[in-house]
Each structure stands twice: as C-alpha cells, then as structure tokens.
Ligand binder design. Structure first.
Ligand SMILES: CC(C)(COP(=O)(O)OP(=O)(O)OC[C@H]1O[C@@H](n2cnc3c(N)ncnc32)[C@H](O)[C@@H]1OP(=O)(O)O)[C@@H](O)C(=O)NCCC(=O)NCCS
Length: 173
C-alpha cells in the first residue's frame, strides 16, 4: 500500500486522537511504562489549533485516511515537535522517519535553527531512534527555558527517564 504525507486538514482532527491511542499501545511492551497505553491523548480541539497554524502533517493511506501524524509549535529560534504518532499497525515501516524529514525540511525552509522534542531515553523507538536521525541529547545547561519547563511538567506527571533532544538545521542542505 502506498502512503503519502500531506499537511493535515481541519476534518482530520477528529481522527487523530484514536491514532495517538493506537500508537501508545506500543508501550505495553515496555516494562514499567504500560500505563502510558491508557493515558490521555491530545484532543480533537487541540489538534484543530495545531492544524489551523499549519503545524500538523499526516501520513495517509491510499484512501486518504490518516494513519499517523506529527504536530508541533514555534518555540523561539527552534521548532518543537509536540507529538509524533503512527498507528500501531503501521509502526516500523519508515513513516515516522518520513514525517520527521518532512517537518525538518519545512522548519529549515522557515529558517528555524533547530528541531526539538522530549522523549524517553531508553525506549528503542524514542531517543535511540532520534539519535540515529541526527538529534543530539541536550544536558540541562543546554535546555531552553521551554524545554526545562516541559521536562519538569513531564516529571510531575510521572514521566521519568525523559530527555530533551535537538536536531541542528542551520547549514544542513
Ligand atoms: C515513534 C514512532 C512515531 C515512530 O514511527 P514509526 O513509523 O514506527 O518509525 P520508523 O518505522 O520510521 O522507525 C522506527 C525506528 O524505531 C525502531 N523501532 C520501532 N519499533 C521498535 C521496537 N519495537 N524495538 C526496537 N526498535 C524499534 C526501528 O528500528 C526504527 O529505527 P531505524 O529506522 O533507525 O532502524 C512510532 O513508533 C510510535 O508511534 N510509537 C508510539 C508513540 C511514541 O513513542 N511516539 C514518540 C513520542 S517522542
């Protein structure tokens, strides 16, 4: 089956929470993180805000049905990935990597200096995956105020073993 990445439309918003829930089932295989599979996800209303800003991409199947999404926000000189999710049935087939490439090309064209995110340090498809894509782990001194607050909020929510990462976009062709 052929999958395409395109900017999300308003009528995609209602479909995205189910994709994030499906994606999170991957955590059932992670010792100590199974609870994430039943955590709250971004609401359709929250998605509409990202979509209206032009800050969401979806990977769609041949019938134009979203199977994954990446959304984010401007964050000073950098652009921050808020959520990346691929429906469980499609995971491990390169669509997450493609969406990051899409967002990164867009952010570079918009003159953002870097792409940032927060993620689990040890989960195979989180920090190690992003590191292979060129993201660098930031120590506390190199985290922006925004990233420090983000990590603190995640800690307060019970998410430990998290880190902030950044992909340099300047000078990348
Ligand atoms: C993270 C996620 C979006 C990646 O999307 P994807 O389409 O599965 O990603 P890709 O197929 O492009 O690549 C996944 C990478 O993780 C690795 N990976 C995926 N599942 C894995 C597993 N169960 N064990 C080990 N490695 C795994 C793959 O080897 C691949 O790495 P590589 O391309 O460098 O070899 C998707 O797995 C997902 O939705 N996961 C649950 C939600 C989540 O963790 N979101 C990210 C929050 S920061």
């Amino acid at each position: 089956m052929l999958f395409t990445i395109r900017p999300a439309r308003d009528d995609d918003a209602d479909l995205l929470p189910a994709i994030e829930r499906s994606a999170a089932q991957a955590f059932l295989a992670c010792e100590g993180l199974q609870w994430i599979a039943s955590e709250d996800v971004l609401s359709a209303a929250q998605h509409r805000v990202f979509i209206a800003a032009g800050h969401t991409w979806v990977v769609v199947d041949e019938k134009d049905r979203p199977q994954g999404f990446l959304c984010g926000q401007d964050c000073g000189e950098d652009w921050h990935i808020v959520e990346l999710s691929v429906a469980q049935a499609l995971q491990g087939r390169g669509q997450g990597r493609r969406m990051i490439t899409t967002a990164s090309a867009w952010a570079q064209a918009q003159s953002f200096a870097g792409l940032t995110l927060t993620t689990f340090t040890q989960v195979a498809w989180n920090a190690p995956f992003y590191a292979r894509l060129g993201f660098e782990r930031l120590d506390a001194q190199r985290c922006s105020y925004f990233l420090q607050r983000q990590l603190a909020a995640e800690r307060a929510h019970g998410l430990t073993d998290r880190c902030a990462m950044r992909l340099e976009l300047q000078g990348v062709s």
